[in-house]
Design a protein around this ligand. Structure first.
Ligand code: CA
Length: 220
């Protein structure tokens, strides 16, 4: 049975969503502010969060950001105002899996909830791991063991390609085309420069230089 947390301060909407979900066999809980939403979502036991953006105490964006920072990965569907494209974009960039604009028909929400729960059951790879280095592809965060490592977008992309091909020699050209696209001069030393940055952040021993060819990510 799926448990759904509903964070919505307008009781009319909250009860409309809750009744509909219960009638369809879901177990629900409702909270009316962002602090309670964060606490309950962190406590676990829910399979999905329906999150209103305009919440008291802590708005939906903040709740979402804090959840993703706390590595809570449950699917989140945000509720936005019909005319607010910027809210929608910000929500998706902040780690929401889907959105629905108010006012909405219950059937539309139900379809999205089911879709998200199904996607969750057959998860695509969202975390790449090589030794104790892990990359969360959804939040674009990197960890060495439990320690978060702050990588720039390019550094992350470079780490990602290495982690997708562990123990395999990748040429400078391959790295250039994957991370920078083809608009870079193949004579550029940008790959070497970024490998150096990356080594400094995740540990130099992890990326081995293969003389005259390129680099390889070591598997411990
Ligand atoms: Ca609201």
């Amino acid at each position: 049975m799926n448990r759904i947390l509903i964070a919505e301060d307008e009781s009319r909407i909250a009860s409309f969503v809750e009744k509909g979900l219960r009638a369809n066999g879901f177990v629900t809980a409702v909270v009316g502010d962002g602090v309670a939403a964060y606490d309950l979502a962190c406590a676990g036991g829910f399979d999905l969060l329906i999150l209103d953006i305009g919440l008291p105490l802590s708005d939906g964006f903040t709740v979402l950001r804090r959840l993703r920072e706390s590595r809570v990965t449950m699917p989140v569907i945000i509720l936005t105002a019909r005319d607010s494209v910027s809210d929608t974009v910000a929500g998706l960039e902040g780690g929401a899996d889907d959105y629905i604009a108010k006012p909405f028909a219950f059937e539309e929400l139900l379809a999205r909830v089911r879709l998200r729960l199904r996607a969750e059951r057959t998860p695509e790879v969202t975390v790449l791991r090589v030794s104790d280095l892990s990359l969360d592809l959804r939040t674009r965060r990197a960890y060495v063991g439990d320690r978060a490592v702050d990588l720039s977008a390019r550094e992350f992309a470079l780490a990602e390609i290495f982690c997708r091909h562990p123990d395999q020699v990748l040429t400078r050209e391959q790295l250039l085309s994957h991370v920078w696209g083809f608009d870079f001069d193949p004579g550029s030393n940008v790959v070497d420069v970024y490998v150096r940055y990356l080594r400094r952040k995740i540990g130099a021993e992890r990326i081995e230089t293969v003389r005259g060819t390129g680099y390889r990510m070591r598997v411990a």
